[in-house]
Design a protein around this ligand. Structure first.
Ligand code: TRP
Length: 361
C-alpha cells in the first residue's frame, strides 16, 4: 500500500515554535526521508472558519503567513503538495456523507472539541460547523487515502474519530477508505511546548509565543524574559526544573553538540540540570544558552522566509497548483465513495437496465 502523509494547520496566525517542534520539523524530516509516496500539507482555512465565521479577513490574511512559514521551514513544493482546504470542494461532499455515520453523543465526547468549546466560551451557542469539524477532518484525511498523519497530541481524538468513520464506512459500504495512523512528536517536551510565560500552551491571545518569523532581537528579548523557577532568586539557590519553561525548551531543542559549541563547561543537558538543581547556576546563563540554540535553529528559517517574501505571487502560484493536484486526488476518492454508496446513478448501467425491465413487464 502507498505510504501517504496528510496534515495541516488552521491559518489563524503565524506559526510558532510550538508548531515547529510539535509537527513542522518532523514533516520536513519525513519529506526528506524519501519514505513516502505522497505528501499533502493543507492550510485548513475551512476548518478555521468554523469558529471564525464573522472574521474571514483574519483567515484570508494568514494563509500567506502559514505558507511562508511552511516554505521557510523547508517544505519543498517539488516533494510535498501544499494546498488550501476550501479549494477542494470534494472535501465538503465527503463530510456530508460521513455525517450520517457519526452520532451527536459521540461528537460530544470528543475531548478536544470539549476543551475548545470551553476555551471559546461557546457554552450553549456552539456553531454546528464547529461541532462537526472532527467529521470534516476525517474527510481531509480519508480524501487523500492518508496512512500517516503527523500531528500534536491534541489531535489524537480527531484521528480516532476518523478511524471510526473509516471502519463504519467500510463495514457499511464495502472496503473503500484507509485507516490512518497518527505520528506523534518524538519527545514529551515536543508534544507540549509551553508558552514563554510557562503557561500550558503557546497561544497568540496570551502573547507568549516565539514565532518562526520573529527577528533575532525579538527572539532574544523573549528568551531573556522567559518564566523559570519563581523561587530561584539568588544564583546560589537550588533551582527547580518542574514547570520551568526554559528547561522544557532545552529538552525540546538542546543537543550535546550545542554544549561543546556554546557552553563547554557542561557535556550535556543532564549536567546542566544537575548544577541548576544543586544551586549556583543563574537563570541568565541558561537563558543565554537557549537563545544561542534557538537562534541557530531559526536563522536558516528566517533567511528562507526573506527570500520567499520577495516572491509572494510565486507562493500563491504554489498553493494554486498544489490545490489542483489535491483536488484531483480527492475527486478520485469521492467517486469511489459514491460508487461504494451506490449513489453513482448515471454511470450505473445495471441500475438503469433493471428499471427498464421493471417497467417493460
Ligand atoms: N485540526 C488541525 C489543527 O487545528 C488542522 C487540521 C485540519 C488537520 N484538518 C486536518 C490536521 C487533517 C491533520 C489532518 O491544527
Amino acid at each position: 500500500m502507498a505510504k501517504i502523509i496528510l496534515t495541516g494547520d488552521r491559518p489563524t496566525g503565524r506559526l510558532h515554535l510550538g508548531h515547529y517542534v510539535g509537527s513542522l520539523k518532523r514533516r520536513v524530516e519525513l519529506q526528506n526521508s524519501g519514505e513516502f509516496d505522497k505528501i499533502f500539507i493543507m492550510i485548513a482555512d475551512a476548518q478555521a472558519l468554523t469558529d471564525n465565521a464573522d472574521n474571514p479577513d483574519k483567515i484570508r490574511e494568514n494563509i500567506i503567513e502559514v505558507a511562508l512559514d511552511y516554505l521557510s521551514c523547508g517544505l519543498d513544493p517539488s516533494k510535498s503538495t501544499l494546498f488550501i482546504q476550501s479549494q477542494i470542494q470534494e472535501l465538503t461532499e465527503l463530510c456530508f456523507y460521513y455525517m450520517n455515520l457519526v452520532t451527536v453523543s459521540r461528537l460530544q465526547r470528543n475531548p478536544t472539541v470539549k476543551a475548545e468549546i470551553q476555551l471559546r466560551n461557546f457554552e450553549t451557542s456552539i456553531p454546528v460547523g464547529f461541532f462537526t469539524y472532527p467529521i470534516s477532518q476525517a474527510a481531509d484525511i480519508t480524501a487523500f487515502k492518508a496512512t500517516t498523519v503527523p500531528v500534536g497530541e491534541d489531535q489524537l481524538p480527531m484521528l480516532e474519530q476518523a478511524r471510526e468513520i473509516v471502519r463504519r464506512f467500510n463495514m457499511t459500504y464495502g472496503e473503500t477508505l484507509v485507516e490512518a495512523e497518527a505520528l506523534l512528536p518524538k519527545t514529551e517536551a515536543c508534544c507540549r511546548l509551553p508558552g514563554t510565560d510557562g503557561k500550558a500552551k503557546m497561544s497568540k491571545s496570551l502573547g507568549n509565543c516565539i514565532y518562526l518569523s520573529d527577528t533575532e532581537a525579538e527572539v532574544k528579548t523573549k528568551v531573556m524574559s522567559m518564566f523559570t523557577d519563581p523561587n530561584h532568586l539568588k544564583v546560589s539557590d537550588p533551582g527547580s526544573l518542574e514547570g520551568n519553561a526554559v528547561f522544557t525548551y532545552l529538552d525540546a531543542f538542546a543537543r550535546d553538540e550545542h554544549f561543546a559549541e556554546f557552553l563547554p563547561d557542561y557535556a550535556n543537558l543532564t549536567e546542566l540540570k544537575e548544577h541548576y538543581q544543586r544551586g549556583g547556576l543563574g537563570d541568565v546563563k541558561v537563558k543565554k544558552l537557549l537563545n544561542h540554540i534557538l537562534q541557530e535553529e531559526l536563522a536558516p528559517i528566517r533567511q528562507r522566509r526573506a527570500l520567499w517574501q520577495n516572491d509572494i505571487p510565486g507562493v500563491y502560484e504554489i498553493l494554486r497548483k498544489g490545490s489542483e493536484v489535491a483536488r484531483a486526488e480527492a475527486a478520485e476518492t469521492l467517486s469511489q465513495v459514491k460508487r461504494a454508496m451506490r449513489i453513482n446513478y448515471f454511470e450505473d448501467g445495471a441500475l438503469i437496465q433493471s428499471h427498464v425491465e421493471k417497467y417493460s413487464k
